[in-house]
Design a protein around this ligand. Structure first.
Ligand code: ZN
Ligand code: MN
Length: 172
């Protein structure tokens, strides 16, 4: 007979916090979110509970952030992109096939493939572009948008001359 799981209030609270959570939080994040309601909780408690949740197949660890261990309540197979600036982790659910992979390790059986994509997310990219003096220019003719330091003489997409106007970004 399987031993009965003891659902302590802390275990339940952490499970509830993780349920449907898309942030891929670290133990420290979980602690910060719950310690107000559970003053006796420590980061070590959170790690213990996470180990328990991992063992019982409710959470998986993703090896993506070199500074913090990150956890994912979505245990289905999927890939991740991480922004190197803000450390946000994004889910990628499409199948990414690496056709050559089995040729690289012909004697091995491949069990699992996880792809990590390092990115600047769109918000951090915008900030970075601004810092570097880049601006967005939109072609009034074909509508395509170009990021550049100086206004291009002609539209790189349709080739029209003098059609680019500075584009005011609506994104925050
Ligand atoms: Zn970012
Ligand atoms: Mn995920």
């Amino acid at each position: 007979m399987k031993p009965k799981i003891k659902w302590t209030p802390q275990r339940l609270a952490i499970l509830k916090y993780l349920d449907g959570n898309k942030e891929h939080p670290s133990a420290e994040d979980i602690y910060a979110a719950l310690s107000k309601d559970f003053p006796t909780m420590s980061v070590a408690t959170v790690y213990n509970v996470i180990e328990f949740l991992k063992r019982t197949g409710r959470v998986k660890e993703i090896y993506i952030d070199h500074e913090k261990r990150r956890f994912d309540p979505d245990i289905t197979t999927h890939h991740h992109a991480i922004c190197i600036k803000c450390k946000k982790v994004f889910d990628i659910f499409s199948d990414i096939e690496i056709p050559e992979l089995s040729n690289q390790v012909p004697d091995f059986q491949i069990l699992d493939t996880q792809i990590t994509i390092y990115v600047l997310c769109s918000q951090c990219k915008d900030k970075e572009d601004l810092k570097l003096g880049f601006k967005e220019y939109q072609c009034i003719d074909c509508g395509s948008i170009r990021t550049a330091k100086h206004k291009p003489q002609k539209c790189p997409s349709c080739g029209k001359r003098g059609s680019l106007k500075e584009f005011k970004n609506q994104k925050q």
